[in-house]
Design a protein around this ligand. Structure first.
Ligand code: URA
Length: 239
């Protein structure tokens, strides 16, 4: 791979900047200063240092964000604040996009990637990727809700949800709901189907990866190697 493509794929700088910064002697490959941005490198094996920072190659980039309330999941919008605005230059240059959507008022775990295939797999209803939501209901949750969600509820005429697992917290206004699909406003509509209303909704897990609670709302980080493995192996046709 060309050195300038490597740097632009990783969101480090544009190809033009690679040429300018390379000319200043600020790019090293395996310890040697490389001024020619068209130089070929082995992206898996060579050590690339850009302005003193070691750059690791990841064809599939994946980050997790702790989504704050008040932001919509879209690339851009003329009126609303978007989660993409919260990303830094490096992530914007890498063209990371959110995997699925959370409502404007929903908070918590949002995954971004630059890999369209992975995104498709994670969202496919056939792949049964688990999502866990922590929710507050306007009325106490009970055994009948657990049974109803396990059986499946109609969130619209002819649309029954797949079995979902509700675990009620010590305070029965709160619970953890695990769903394996992602219909529009699914959790809110499931609660409505049992005569309740969601007053707070936070996604805490997606495809086996938990929200890093040390991330403040709006903050994000790259997935660890372990988290990448878990997420990438989570889409399964039969579970
Ligand atoms: N279900 C909802 O109702 N809203 C979300 O944001 C996510 C799941």
């Amino acid at each position: 791979m060309r050195l300038d493509k490597f740097l632009s794929d990783m969101g480090i700088c544009s190809r033009r900047d690679a040429s300018r910064i390379g000319a200043r002697g600020e790019i090293r490959v395996n310890g040697n200063v490389i001024r020619d941005p068209s130089a070929k490198i082995n992206e898996e094996k060579d050590e690339v240092i850009f302005c003193g920072e070691k750059i690791r190659y990841e064809k599939t980039q994946i980050i997790m964000m702790n989504k704050p309330a008040g932001y919509i999941c879209a690339a851009d919008d003329p009126r609303e604040k978007t989660v993409t605005e919260l990303l830094g230059d490096r992530e914007k240059r890498s063209e990371l996009f959110p995997v699925g959507r959370l409502d404007k008022d929903t908070v918590g775990l949002l995954i971004f990637t630059n890999d369209g295939d992975l995104c498709h797999k994670l969202l496919s209803p056939k792949k049964h990727v688990d999502k866990i939501y922590y929710l507050k209901s306007d009325k106490p949750l009970g055994e009948s809700d657990i049974a109803a969600f396990m059986e499946g509820v109609y969130i619209e005429k002819d649309l029954k949800t797949q079995p979902a697992d509700l675990r009620i917290d010590t305070d029965p206004l709160y619970g953890y709901l695990t769903i394996h699909e992602g219909k529009f406003h699914q959790v809110k509509r499931m609660l409505e189907a049992v005569g309740k209303r969601v007053v707070y909704l936070k996604r805490v897990e997606f495809g086996g990866v938990s929200l890093d609670e040390s991330l403040a709302p709006g903050e994000y980080r790259r997935l660890t190697d372990e988290e990448r493995k878990v997420l990438m192996s989570s889409p399964s046709v039969m579970k």
